[in-house]
Design a protein around this ligand. Structure first.
Ligand code: ADP
Length: 346
């Protein structure tokens, strides 16, 4: 599935700006970004529900930009399930096959196969109102899979479910993905956990533009922009000045690989809170505790260092420090990522 310079505008406002993105066969690509960043619009452009103002959409190398939705070979699942309330589960799942004019005698077997894959084989005769939210969403997924799509589009498929169901369904989706090695999946979400868990690669969207693409590990460990750093995981983003072998945060010198950054220039240091430890170390930060949050497996400490708040997620802290206590923190030089200063494109 490929977006080739795809732009979409509503009433003169560009909501998708020249998107270039390729999703490989068998790949799960998450479109991650805040509400209104253009994710659903991108997905609807693949589905054929919006017509791009510019650019092309290709599926399997074929330009489908002018094809109607039902001729694109896609399955789609949306947040609200969108099942037909007056049709039984099996009729709902058969719906796309009938629309596609699949041979009549093949339909029962295809329906059974799709319900089997989603663990809903025992519910074929029920109506949607007789199912829980999670079960309804499984039926919606079965309906999308029944047509054996080349491309599966998932638009916030879990956001109507409660937290516990959501994590169960995440595991289900991961299993389905393994069973469908030939299907490309585009997964729209604003939830970083879903994106980090499911996606082979994540495309980060912000204000109609694609900001970053990479594997979850790449984006988490080496974000290229402040936006990605703060949207994919938590991040300390500290204003620093580039020095000869590191950076300065106020009067504190920190060792860091500064790459090609020019000494003297302003930049942003990104350090993940779980990589900041208590006590002195190679890069020591001194300050006072301004807040302590207990989060079950960790304590999050907020420490004011040189006038900037630094978050540290500390495990196995026997006794939490009190507000106003002096705190000494450290992080390893390789855990600091320098952004800005000509080293990113933000
Ligand atoms: P996301 O999925 O990232 O939340 P959308 O793609 O749904 O974002 O929307 C992007 C922008 O386009 C938003 O500002 C939204 O208000 C606008 N938009 C979406 N659909 C329409 C429409 N049918 N008419 C006018 N504006 C729309």
């Amino acid at each position: 599935m490929r977006f080739d310079g795809v732009s979409v505008a509503y009433g003169g406002t560009t909501v998708l700006d020249r998107l270039d993105l390729t999703v490989g066969t068998g790949e799960v690509m998450a479109l991650l970004g805040p509400s209104g960043s253009g994710k659903t619009t991108a997905l609807r452009a693949v589905a054929g529900f919006v017509r791009p103002a510019a650019g092309r959409v290709l599926i399997g190398g074929e330009d489908v930009t002018a094809l109607p939705p039902h001729r694109r070979g896609i399955g789609m699942v949306v947040q609200s399930y969108a099942l037909f309330p007056h049709l039984r589960v099996e009729q709902n799942v058969a719906f796309g096959l009938k629309a596609q004019k699949a041979p009549r005698r093949e339909i029962p077997a295809r329906v059974a196969e799709a319900l089997e894959m989603t663990g809903m084989a025992g519910y074929a005769r029920r109506y949607p109102r007789e199912l829980s939210g999670g079960q309804q969403q499984r039926v919606a997924i079965a309906r999308a899979l029944a047509i054996r799509p080349r491309v599966l589009l998932l638009d916030e498929p879990l956001s109507a479910l409660d937290a516990q169901l959501r994590s169960g369904m995440l595991a289900e989706l991961a299993r389905l993905h393994r069973e469908l090695p030939d299907v490309s999946i585009l997964y729209v979400t604003h939830d970083q956990v879903e994106a980090l868990t499911l996606a082979d690669r994540i495309a980060v969207m912000d204000r109609a533009r694609l900001r970053d693409v990479g594997t979850p590990q790449e984006l988490y460990r080496r974000p290229r922009t402040e936006f990605t750093a703060s949207f994919v995981g938590n991040a300390n983003l500290l204003p620093v000045t580039v020095a000869e072998d590191g950076v300065r945060l106020g009067s504190t010198g920190l060792a860091l690989d500064t790459g090609t950054a020019v000494p003297g220039s302003a930049a942003t240091l990104c350090v993940r809170p779980h990589l900041v430890g208590l006590g002195a170390g190679p890069n020591t930060l001194r300050g006072r505790v301004t807040e302590v949050q207990w989060r079950g497996s960790t304590h999050r400490l907020y420490v004011s260092v040189e006038g900037h708040q630094v978050m540290a997620d500390v495990r196995e802290l026997r006794e939490a420090p009190a507000l106003g206590d002096e705190a000494v923190l450290h992080f390893a030089p390789e855990d600091g990522v320098l952004l800005g200063a000509g080293v990113s494109d933000d």
